[in-house]
Design a protein around this ligand. Structure first.
Ligand SMILES: [Zn+2]
Length: 177
C-alpha cells in the first residue's frame, strides 16, 4: 500500500486517530476508585454527608473504617510477637491498613477533591490532623511490627553491580532502637 509514494504529500500529516481514549494510568484509575469509595462512604452515613460538609473528622473516620479491610498484621501490646518483623507463628492480632497505603490514599483523595471542584483551602485531606493521624499510625505500626519505615533508597547509579532485575530483598539490619 505504501510502495507507491511518488504522490507523497508532506503537507498532509496523518491526524491522530479521533478515538484514542488515553488509558488511565494506574494512579489515575486508582484515584478515581478511591474517590468513588469515599463518596459512597459519605452517602452511607446517617444522615448522608454532602461533600461540601465533609471535614477532616469524616476523613479520619473513613481511614478507621478502612482498617477492617486491611491485610497488615499489627500486633497489640500484649502480643508476644509485638515488635517482631517476622513472627514464627500466627496470632490473633487484628489486620489493619498499612500506613503506607493510607498515606498514598490520602494523597490521591486530596488531589481528587480539588479536581472535583473542592477548594484547596477547605480540602479536608490536607488538614494537619490528618498528617498527625498518619504519623501516629506510622509510629505505632513501626513499633508493633518491628519494621522501621525508612525512606526507600534511591536507586544508585547503575555501577558494577549485576543488574539482572530480580526483586530486591530488603534486609533489615538488627539494631538496637
Ligand atoms: Zn500479634
Amino acid at each position: 500500500m505504501n510502495s507507491t509514494d511518488h504522490q507523497a504529500s508532506p503537507s498532509n500529516p496523518t491526524p491522530p486517530p479521533p478515538e484514542s481514549p488515553a488509558p488511565l494510568s494506574r494512579y489515575e484509575s486508582q484515584k478515581r476508585r478511591d474517590w468513588n469509595t469515599f463518596g459512597q462512604y459519605l452517602k452511607n452515613q446517617r444522615p448522608p454527608v454532602p461533600l461540601s460538609h465533609c471535614n477532616f473528622n469524616h476523613v479520619l473516620e473513613f481511614l478507621r473504617y478502612l482498617d477492617q479491610f486491611g491485610k497488615t498484621k499489627v500486633h497489640l501490646h500484649g502480643c508476644v510477637f509485638f515488635g517482631q518483623p517476622d513472627p514464627p507463628a500466627p496470632c490473633t492480632c487484628p489486620l489493619r491498613q498499612a500506613w503506607g497505603s493510607l498515606d498514598a490514599l490520602i494523597g490521591r483523595l486530596r488531589a481528587a477533591y480539588e479536581e472535583n471542584g473542592g477548594s484547596p483551602e477547605t480540602n479536608p485531606f490536607g488538614k494537619g490532623s490528618i498528617r498527625v493521624y498518619l504519623r501516629e499510625v506510622k509510629d505505632c505500626q513501626a513499633k508493633a511490627r518491628g519494621i522501621p519505615y525508612k525512606k526507600k533508597k534511591k536507586k544508585r547509579k547503575i555501577s558494577h553491580a549485576s543488574v539482572n532485575g530480580h526483586d530486591e530483598v530488603i534486609k533489615i539490619p538488627k539494631q538496637a532502637a
